[in-house]
Ligand binder design. Sequence first.
Ligand SMILES: C[S@@+](CC[C@H](N)C(=O)[O-])C[C@H]1O[C@@H](n2cnc3c(N)ncnc32)[C@H](O)[C@@H]1O
Length: 228
Amino acid sequence: MKTEQRIIKSYSFSQEEILSQILRLYAPQGIDADITYSIGQFYKSGEVPPPRMKFDIEPQTDDTVAADSRHLPLGDKSLGCIVFDPPFLAATGKSLFTQEGNLTVRRFGCYASEKELFAYYRATMSEVSRILKDDGIAIVKCQDKISSGKQFVSHHYILNMASEVGLYCEDIFILLAKTRILSPKHDHQKHARKYHSYFLVFRKSKKKVEIIRRNTDGIHPRKPVETH
Ligand SMILES: C[S@@+](CC[C@H](N)C(=O)[O-])C[C@H]1O[C@@H](n2cnc3c(N)ncnc32)[C@H](O)[C@@H]1O
């Protein structure tokens, strides 16, 4: 039992447990900046030491600095560990003006379209790479979603964006949820409802990204796989 408790697992129902395990493995020196701090839910229980700097485009605490995560007031290669937990919603119109929609938007942020949301992810991943020291760690929380009947495998896009800007994926943790904030609709279900989100752990290392690219490029089965 004791041994099992010490093993760091790739999944948990607790985001605090996942974050503290990530810090234990990859950033024992702690978090330098949380660039989408909001109300700092990650740090409320005290299990995860708070970041040394807090940024958000709409600060919700007195000690959070107002800043756009695409243009942070930080020097190149200045930080060792960054947390980025971006909004996952894109919506305009009616849904924003319901009471539920309003609360969700205020708490998590929202972009006008999926295109804008994903452009925002891309620009921030590039900024994160700029401000991280070589070998620095970025912890990115994200979730896949169904929006207007379409499936967005967001973690996959973010993994690709990361490698484009020299961030190598060191690890992936899955946060499981027993319930979801958005109310379930069961009619005409076409895709699995997502009861999980991700904590992706990246290291700034162009060299590691290059090695992975070299080792995996051009790998094809010798002959087409037969299916029956
Ligand atoms: C999912 S919430 C973060 C929740 C946070 N991790 C917590 O524990 O409370 C996303 C946050 O990103 C912020 N945000 C959205 N666009 C931003 C931008 N361009 N720059 C900085 N922060 C942004 C929102 O204001 C919102 O507070």
